[in-house]
Design a protein around this ligand. Sequence first.
Ligand SMILES: Cc1cc2nc3c(=O)[nH]c(=O)nc-3n(C[C@H](O)[C@H](O)[C@H](O)COP(=O)(O)OP(=O)(O)OC[C@H]3O[C@@H](n4cnc5c(N)ncnc54)[C@H](O)[C@@H]3O)c2cc1C
Length: 369
Amino acid sequence: MIDVNHERCTGCMACTNICPVKAIKISINDKGFEYPIIDKSICIKCGICDKICPITASKKNESNDRNKPIKIYAAKNKVENIRVKSSSGGVFYEISELILSEMNGCVCGAVYDENFEVKHIMTSKKEIRNNMQGSKYVQSKMGYLYKEIEEKLKEKKKVLFTGTPCEVDGVYKYLNGKNIDSTNLYTCDIICHGVPSPGIYKEYLNKLEEKFSSKIKSINFRYKENEYTQNIKIEFENGKQYISNYFKGDELYNLFLKDYILRDSCYRCNYASTKRVSDITIGDFWGIEKTIKNFDDKKGVSLVLINTEKGKAIFDKVSDKFNLIESNIEDCMQNNLRKPCDIPPKYDELWNIYRKNGYNCMVNFMKNL
Ligand SMILES: Cc1cc2nc3c(=O)[nH]c(=O)nc-3n(C[C@H](O)[C@H](O)[C@H](O)COP(=O)(O)OP(=O)(O)OC[C@H]3O[C@@H](n4cnc5c(N)ncnc54)[C@H](O)[C@@H]3O)c2cc1C
C-alpha cells in the first residue's frame, strides 16, 4: 500500500485514478495543495497504487523512460493572433489542432472552471481547446481524467495529453499499470518552474474581487503588453480591470517567481532536467536575444524540444505553421532544465505567518524580505 510522501508526492493523482475500490480520496493540505489520502477501511491492500506511483516507481526504475531531445527549435507561430492568445510562440495550439482536425482525436489540458479554479479536462471540440491556450500559473486539478484517457485509447482514438512533466509521467504509469496500449497517446509537457498553490491563488483572487467590488470575468496570466509577455490581466464583471506583473509588485507573481508557493515536491523535482518524459516539451525561449539575433519580436517565442520519434513525426507535420530556427541545448538552457527551484530563505517563517495570521500578513512579510 502506498505511503504518501508529502515532500515528494507531485499530486499527479495516478493513484486515485487507478485504485480499484476508490479507497484513495483527495485532501487539501495547509498550504492549499491536493494530496491523496487512503481510507484504510476501504483499502484492500492490492498494492497497485504503490506499483504505479511515479515517485516510488522511479526509485525502482531510475528514470529509464526519459529521453534527451533529438531536435531543438525556436518557434514563432506565423499567425499573430494565435501567438497573442498563447503564452509563448503558440506551439500547443498547432499540435492540438493537428490532433483534433487531422487525426480526429481528443486533447487534454488545463482550463479555468466557472469559479476560476484550474483543472484538466479532455475535449474534441476546438472552442473548448481554445480555453486550454495560455499558462495558468497554479497546480491544475487532475480529477479522474486518466480513466477518460484510458477509455478513448481503448476506442483506438488518438489522444494528446498536455501538462507538467510529473502529470505526463502519471499518465504513462497509470496506463502501464492497466496494460493499456499507448500507441495512440501523444504527450506534450511544459518546462516547469514548479506549480503554485491553488489555495493561495484563491486567496489572491478573493482579495482582488473584494478590492474591485466585483466578480472576476476573465484571467490571463500572459497578457502581452508593451513588449512584456508576462503580465496578469484580470477583467471584472463591473467592467474594471487589473493589469500587473512581477516588477509592478503583483502579489501572486512575486510569491510564485520568488519560489515561496510551489508544491513541496517541486523543490525536489526529478523532471527538472534535459532528459524528458514526453514526446515534445514546450517552454519560453528565455534569453533568445543572446544567441539568435533579430528573431524575438517581444510577442513570444517558444522553445520546442523534440524528444521522441513520435514527437518528431507530429511536429514535422505542423512545422510549416511556424517561423522556425534550429537551436541546441547549450543555447536554450534555462534554470528548470538544469535543476529544481531552491527553497528560498525564510520559507518556513513565511508559511508559519500564513498559518497564524493569514494571506495579507504573508504577503507583507514577503515584501519586506
Ligand atoms: C506552472 C507553469 C510553470 C511554467 N514554468 C516555465 C518555466 O520555468 N520555463 C519555461 O520556459 N516555461 C514554463 N512554463 C511554460 C510556458 O509558460 C508555456 O506554457 C509554454 O511555453 C507553452 O506555450 P505555448 O505558447 O506553446 O502554448 P500555450 O497556449 O500558452 O500553452 C498552453 C499549454 O499549457 C498547459 N497548461 C496551462 N496551464 C497549466 C497548468 N497549470 N498545469 C499544466 N499544464 C498547463 C495547457 O494544458 C496547454 O497545453 C510554465 C507553465 C506553467 C503552467
